[in-house]
Design a binder for this molecule. Structure first.
Ligand code: S3P
Length: 440
């Protein structure tokens, strides 16, 4: 199936109060941990996007029973740390790097062999970043010759603990090693060079597993856990995904006369870089009703239109806003002056090469942009409109849909069906908020 979207100048500003779907990172982890736990877990607020459904299908294929998902509600009967059974066929992780990389950590220690496959985009993403540390723990796993999927895993009874220094700031790699560490004979530690999202650590604790984080300096931390424990089923309420809310934060910041409230959004400090970046560009963003939900901070985010100004984005904010750069580039294209993105080479290893693909897309809609190895320089001005390709990347598709909210002519996005991976009701919510968007 292929979907083409077309957006054009919103007739008026974006208005109202909307709740975007549940957090993707937390949804994946809730399915994984509930499956491996002892007892019954009730999940609410689950993101029913294709990525999370792929994770759920994989656990069902390994003998886990689950009721739902229905309206974000999912009940999982945990099978315990050692209770998974061999799948009859390949485990298809679809478009999801998170699903594939975290699953490697879990599957490395099961008493059966498995093969992880993915779609065209996932099949060209780097996987040695997980198979290398897992192999040093004694796992038997291999990528294809290019270091990409499929991944073949032969489970081993027990893994050896390691002290692993992450070569890049990656929550997926950190999590894969920690999950394998659950099955290791002793203490495993992972040192991250810069803060990355810590949902694995927080959620392990929610499922009763001890996991310690020690700060080494301003940027780096070490996370430690001991293998051999067990997870206890729990009820978990997943707040909205700030990465999905970000599309509307930018939309309300660039479409004149907008004021929008995004309800119940997870504002975990390892995820709020997009707020800091937009504020540095002059955006009016307020956090209301800050509260704690299931071990995570949550708020309603109110965004009111004011014109944005270009800025040099602080490279320290990159890991804290890693998924939001496509839409931040749209904000930059609408800002007065020049915006520089640097220290962001990891963007090239996402669902698409997000530096190259954003540069191509921005040029197609008439924006002046210079590509750099580790980022880009965007000159703000008028977005003329035109046709762009999603390159199987949901966030590219949604970012250009937002650009259509201010473009002189329509923006047409090819391959927009990919939005279903993380934000299945994007088109409905965007229209409800006032964006003029249609499938063509
Ligand atoms: C994720 C981590 C991030 C992010 C991805 C989800 C996770 O990747 O881009 O969408 O759930 O752990 P990194 O591995 O680069 O941190």
């Amino acid at each position: 199936m292929s979907l083409k979207l077309s957006t054009n100048k919103a007739s008026k500003g974006l208005r109202g109060s909307i709740r975007v779907p549940g957090d993707k990172s937390m949804s994946h982890r809730s399915v994984m941990f509930s499956s491996l736990a002892t007892g019954t877990s009730n999940i609410t607020g689950l993101l029913e996007g294709e990525d999370v459904l792929a994770t759920l299908a994989a656990f069902r294929a390994m003998g886990v029973e689950a009721q739902g998902p229905d309206n974000g509600k999912l009940t999982i009967e945990g099978v315990g740390m050692r209770g998974l059974s061999a799948p009859e066929s390949d485990l298809d992780m679809g478009n999801s790097g998170t699903a594939m990389r975290l699953m490697c950590g879990i599957l490395a220690a099961q008493n059966f062999a498995s093969k992880l496959v993915g779609d065209e985009s996932l099949s060209s993403r780097p996987m040695r970043r997980v198979t290398v540390p897992l192999t040093s723990m004694g796992a038997r796993c291999a990528t294809d010759e290019d270091g990409c999927p499929p991944i073949h895993i032969r489970g081993v009874e027990s893994l050896e603990p390691i002290d692993y220094k992450l070569p890049m700031a990656s929550a997926q790699v950190k999590s894969a090693v920690l999950l394998a560490g659950l099955y290791a004979d002793g203490e495993t530690s992972v040192t991250e060079p810069a803060p990355t999202r810590d949902h694995t650590e927080r959620m392990l604790k929610a499922y009763g597993y001890e996991c310690e984080t020690e700060k080494n300096n301003e940027k780096s931390s070490t996370i430690r856990l001991r293998g051999g424990g067990s997870l206890t089923a729990t009820d978990i309420d997943i707040p909205s995904d700030i990465s999905s809310a970000a599309f509307f934060m930018v939309a309300a910041s660039i479409v004149p006369d907008s004021q929008i409230t995004l309800e119940h959004v997870c504002i975990n400090p390892t995820r709020t870089g997009v707020i800091d970046i937009l504020k540095a560009m002059g955006a009016d963003i307020k956090l209301l009703n800050v509260r704690a939900v299931g071990g995570e901070p949550v708020a309603d985010i109110k965004v009111t239109y004011v014109g944005l100004k270009g800025c040099d984005i602080d490279p320290n904010l990159v890991p804290l806003a890693i998924d939001e750069f496509p839409v931040i580039c749209i904000a930059a294209a609408c800002a007065e002056g020049v915006t520089t993105v640097s220290g962001a080479e990891e963007l090239r290893a996402k669902e698409s090469d997000r530096i190259a693909v954003m540069v191509e897309g921005l040029r197609s809609v008439g924006v002046e942009v210079e590509e750099r190895r580790d980022g880009m320089v965007v000159t703000g001005g008028v977005i003329e409109g035109g046709e762009v390709q999603s390159h199987h990347d949901h966030r590219i598709a949604m970012s250009f849909a937002i650009a259509g909210g201010v473009s002189s002519n329509s923006v047409v996005i090819n391959g927009a069906e990919t939005v279903a991976t993380s934000f299945p009701n994007f088109v409905d919510l965007a229209s409800e908020a006032g964006l003029s968007i249609e499938a063509v």
